[in-house]
Design a protein around this ligand. Structure first.
Ligand code: CA
Length: 223
């Protein structure tokens, strides 16, 4: 597993690289936010250590862009400022944890291990969009804590949209992904099932999560 370090203090990068190597992690590094973002988009990392104060593009913006592009690599934020606003902003954007500079190497290892452990047990089976939770192992869907009964067709459709959350999907992509490439749609079936899903998932009083993308298809996202 390779860890990407996005940090502009070359000295700290060296220290982190050496320390992580000692724990048998491979490392890659970027010295500014833009380079870091490009590397994170292009390569597959097990974890990203991301400083907030960076040249060209700050860490919060890098994290935001990655999550917006549906890249869910775990992120450990580094902040020198240590203000509550930064921490909350980082976690809101989708960082997994943060460390306040200066930190001890043992503390870094502890956080890295904790993040990777957490991700391993939850990442593949439990998918969340706001308070909608889809458990792929149990084939169970809950919204705001309540279990929602879906037909197998509805479940596969929702599963497809949640797996591609924050991505607009065309009608064809949805049908092929959910019901198979040979599925022939009749009587506007997709719209009918979307309507059923909306009635069940986005019931009254709840924030809608299934959105229409005009001229394209549909997207599942938070607001
Ligand atoms: Ca910095």
């Amino acid at each position: 597993m390779t860890i990407l370090i996005i940090e502009d203090e070359a000295k700290l990068v060296d220290i982190l690289k050496k320390a992580l190597k000692g724990e048998n992690y491979a490392t890659d590094a970027a010295l500014d936010g833009e380079e870091g973002l490009q590397k994170a988009l292009k390569n597959n990392y097990g974890l990203i250590i991301l400083d907030i104060m960076l040249p060209k593009r700050d860490g919060l913006s890098v994290a935001k862009e990655l999550r917006a592009r549906n890249i869910h690599t775990p992120i450990l934020m580094l902040t020198a400022r240590g203000t509550m606003e930064d921490k909350v902003a980082g976690l809101d954007i989708g960082a997994d944890d943060y460390l306040i500079k200066p930190f001890g190497i043992d503390e870094l290892f502890a956080r890295v291990r904790a993040i990777l452990r957490r991700r391993k047990t939850t990442d593949s089976d439990i998918w969340k969009v706001a308070d909608l939770i889809l458990d792929k192992k149990k084939h169970e869907v809950t919204r705001a804590g309540k279990v929602i009964a879906l037909t197998p067709k509805e479940y596969r459709l929702l599963d497809t949209m949640v797996t591609h959350r924050d991505q607009a999907m065309s009608r064809r992509q949805l049908i092929e992904n959910a019901w198979g490439p040979d599925f022939v749609e009749a009587n506007n079936e997709l719209n009918v099932h979307i309507r059923y899903l909306r009635r069940k998932i986005d019931s009254e009083g709840l924030k809608p999560l299934i959105h229409t993308v005009r001229g394209v298809g549909y997207i599942v996202k938070e607001a």
